[in-house]
Design a binder for this molecule. Structure first.
Ligand SMILES: [Zn+2]
Length: 203
């Protein structure tokens, strides 16, 4: 599903400064405050904006960045990657080539690395772990959105399947809900109505 230039502009503003006010964003990109507000609510609801975090400078905190290359049995890679991803020190976990996992590790103390290496090596089906310790951070920033034409991967709110082409869009309680087809839309709207009716009876 496509996002337009306004959505992209809002996302770019927030990537520069997640604490920018709605008014500041509106002024910067030339739209009204309510527009920014409703677009942002929508982007949050779609899971495109997942949160607002603080960016810390790793070098000033003497934190160390480490990359791990983990090799597993090809079929075990997804499971091993999930286990690694569940750990707080794993900042980013990528799989791709069968049996290869790349892990971006954020370390508070250099000494913690030995424990992490031990832990990862002990996971079932892990054949090998290599570590690359960074000494200086050259760049550590979220990627900037490249263009005004973005395509967002939003699953159908009812069946959770992919939405191919234009989504069926319904506004409920001031928010958009997205569906792959009219059947899903009908099912969802019925369910939504029942839930609302129930919550009115038992507030
Ligand atoms: Zn659906």
């Amino acid at each position: 599903m496509d996002l337009d230039a306004t959505d992209a502009a809002i996302l770019r503003c927030l990537q520069e400064d997640a604490r920018a006010s709605l008014r500041t964003i509106a002024k910067k990109i030339g739209v009204s405050v309510p527009t920014v507000s409703s677009r942002l609510k929508n982007l949050e609801q779609l899971g495109i904006v997942r949160g607002y975090r603080v960016l810390l400078d790793p070098d000033r905190l003497e934190a160390t960045g480490v990359a791990l290359v983990v090799r597993t049995k090809p079929r075990a890679a997804d499971e091993v990657a999930r286990r690694i991803a569940s750990r707080a020190w794993a900042r980013r976990v990528l799989t791709g080539r069968p049996g290869w996992i790349l892990v971006d590790v954020g370390l508070g103390h250099r000494e913690d690395l030995d424990l992490i290496l031990e832990e990862v090596s002990a996971l079932p089906d892990v054949a090998d772990v290599q570590d690359y310790v960074g000494l200086k951070t050259v760049k550590d920033e979220p990627a900037v959105l490249p263009s005004d034409r973005l395509t967002a991967n939003v699953p159908c709110f009812e069946c959770k399947g992919p939405i191919l082409g234009e989504p069926v869009k319904v506004r409920l309680d001031g928010r958009y809900h997205y569906f792959c087809c009219h059947t899903c839309e009908r099912l969802y709207v019925e369910k939504y109505g029942r839930i609302r009716a129930a919550s009115r009876k038992h507030p």
